[in-house]
Write a protein that binds this ligand. Structure first.
Ligand code: PGA
Length: 249
């Protein structure tokens, strides 16, 4: 059975005092929930966040990692480093990484392999640009992103993979895909998985939606049968909003 997941991607926001304060707020408001709850603070605050959320239902996850185990990669962080501070899940392929840091389907395939080799769970992000949607190519683009980074894997690897469909035109723009647009694409993604790996694998993979999810629209988006949760940017920076989204399940 696939899980419901709500993950907050804090991006390059919140220094250490702000991280600690937001976690205190979140812990005050989180009760038991029907979804797994995750937050992704910046690298330098991962350990403090991990420590502050011990014995809670909040999992601290990372926003990115390098594919190498270690070595001369100034400014980069490896899977083993993440694991050593308690991280068990990493976001890979976020559109901001693809757009501003030249991440490609090929380099992402290497990151995927490195994460799985180190027993990290992956939230793998992908999604089309506005121009792709306008020209009606969104399914082709998404299929290509998934195939080139993930389809060299065995079916069993998908136990440790969560997919996150994030149309680039909806990220941080206030414009959300309609619940129907999200459902259509999620259904297409599940079908693409099924064609390659069979129904059991396809049914067990959680597919999150990301792009301007807010307390006001979360319930409707999450009510769609192939939407298993959300990757939340802006609205994850306010405890009240993030918890309202978690509670939309
Ligand atoms: P947003 O970001 O919720 O601010 O649109 C989503 C994301 O980038 O994951």
């Amino acid at each position: 059975m696939r899980k419901n997941i709500v993950a907050g991607n804090w991006k390059m926001n919140n220094d250490l005092p702000q991280t600690e304060a937001l976690i205190v707020d979140l812990l005050k408001q989180t009760q038991t929930s029907n979804a797994e709850v995750m937050i992704a603070p910046t690298y330098v605050n991962l350990y403090q966040a991990f420590d502050a959320t011990r014995n809670s239902n909040i999992e601290v996850i990372a926003q990115n990692m390098h594919f190498a185990e270690n070595g001369a990669y100034t400014g980069e962080i490896s899977a083993t480093m993440l694991k050593s501070v308690g991280v068990k899940t990493v976001i890979l392929g976020h559109s901001e990484r693809r757009a501003y840091f030249n991440e490609t389907n090929e380099s992402l395939a290497k990151k995927v392999d490195a994460a799985l080799k180190n027993d990290l769970r992956i939230i793998f992000c992908f999604g089309e640009e506005l121009s792709d949607r306008k020209s009606g190519n969104q399914e082709q683009v998404v299929e290509n992103q998934i195939k080139s980074a993930l389809f060299h894997l065995e079916a069993s690897a998908f136990k440790n993979i969560v997919l996150a469909y994030e149309p680039v035109w909806a990220i941080g723009t206030g414009e959300t895909a309609s619940p129907e647009q999200a459902q259509d694409m999620h259904k297409f993604i599940r079908q693409t998985l099924q064609n390659k790996y069979g129904e059991n694998t396809a049914q067990d993979v959680s597919i999150l939606y990301g792009g301007s999810v807010k307390p006001a629209n979360a319930k409707e988006i999450f009510s769609k049968p192939d939407v298993d949760g959300g990757l939340i940017g802006g609205a994850s920076l306010k405890a009240e909003d993030f918890i309202a989204i978690v509670n939309a399940f």
